[in-house]
Design a binder for this molecule. Structure first.
Ligand SMILES: C[S@@+](CC[C@H](N)C(=O)[O-])C[C@H]1O[C@@H](n2cnc3c(N)ncnc32)[C@H](O)[C@@H]1O
Length: 245
């Protein structure tokens, strides 16, 4: 998931040089993509220590891997970049800086010299229109239920409309935006249900954890059989391009 979005960003960016780039919520996927573009410099930010250590091994000597939190007003003080990439950062923010979402764009604004490239997931609807879509919703809900029962925090996604409105309130001008349908495949099913399994040791109620393990396995088998190799189209990712107003 995500390559088509990065391809679309490359098309949008065209032949212009990438210059200094800030990956404001980094991960293997976004960092590898940026490294492939060979920009002058990458500063890659994460709020998670183990992730920082792992990703630091991928980066070039010229790049900087930074462990920090956007909630900290002094973080990356004075650093300005041609491109700031916020790739699924907003959805993850609840785990690192809960209730800071409405301030994120204002916080990133002084670091944006050229443009902010925002990538997000449109929240799922409450209802599904068919049995396969219903399975995607069930997996998504089960993952969040397991995260909560483990006492951890879930991701919280925001709609494109919310993002555009808040960008414009935070000193940006939206210059372009587009969305792309998502195709869920067995890799996604396994990935989400593996998260559920990893959360089981944190459950306080061991009987509930045992019952949940069986339920996860049933849902895994049912979903893999139903989704099949061609995958399932459901929901959309979106990109918003914004420049300092
Ligand atoms: C879902 S991951 C982003 C996906 C990533 N671009 C990739 O390629 O997989 C979210 C990233 O944002 C970081 N993050 C979330 N909230 C943060 C915050 N308040 N301050 C700094 N980093 C944060 C997380 O630590 C993680 O590195």
């Amino acid at each position: 998931m995500g390559d088509k979005l990065f391809d679309s960003l490359e098309r949008f960016h065209g032949q212009r040089p990438w210059g200094r780039v800030l990956d404001a919520g980094t991960g293997e996927h976004s960092l590898k993509w940026l490294l492939g573009l060979a920009p002058e410099h990458i500063t890659a930010v994460t709020g998670a220590g183990p992730r920082a250590e792992k990703l630091a091994r991928l980066a070039r000597p010229v790049d900087q891997m930074v462990l920090g939190n956007w909630k900290d007003p002094a973080f990356l003080n004075g650093q300005v970049y041609e491109v700031v990439l916020a790739d699924y950062l907003l959805g993850a923010l609840d785990g690192f800086a809960p209730y800071f979402q409405d301030q994120l764009f204002q916080r990133l604004r002084p670091h944006v010299g050229g443009a902010l490239y925002f990538v997000g997931l449109e929240p799922f609807p409450d209802e599904a229109s068919g049995p396969q879509e219903h399975l995607v919703l069930e997996i998504d809900r089960l993952r969040d239920a397991c995260i909560k029962l483990a006492g951890h925090r879930c991701y919280r996604e925001y709609p494109q409309e919310w993002v555009e409105r808040n960008l414009e309130r935070s000193g940006f001008r939206v210059v372009d935006a587009w969305a792309m349908p998502i195709v869920y495949r067995s890799r996604w099913v396994n990935g989400q249900l593996d998260v559920c399994v990893r959360k089981l040791p944190y459950f306080k109620d061991r009987a509930l954890a045992a019952a949940m393990r069986d339920h996860i396995q049933d849902l895994r088998e049912g979903s893999l059989a139903a989704i099949g190799p061609e995958g399932l189209r459901f929901g959309r990712d979106y990109v918003v391009i914004a420049e300092p107003a």
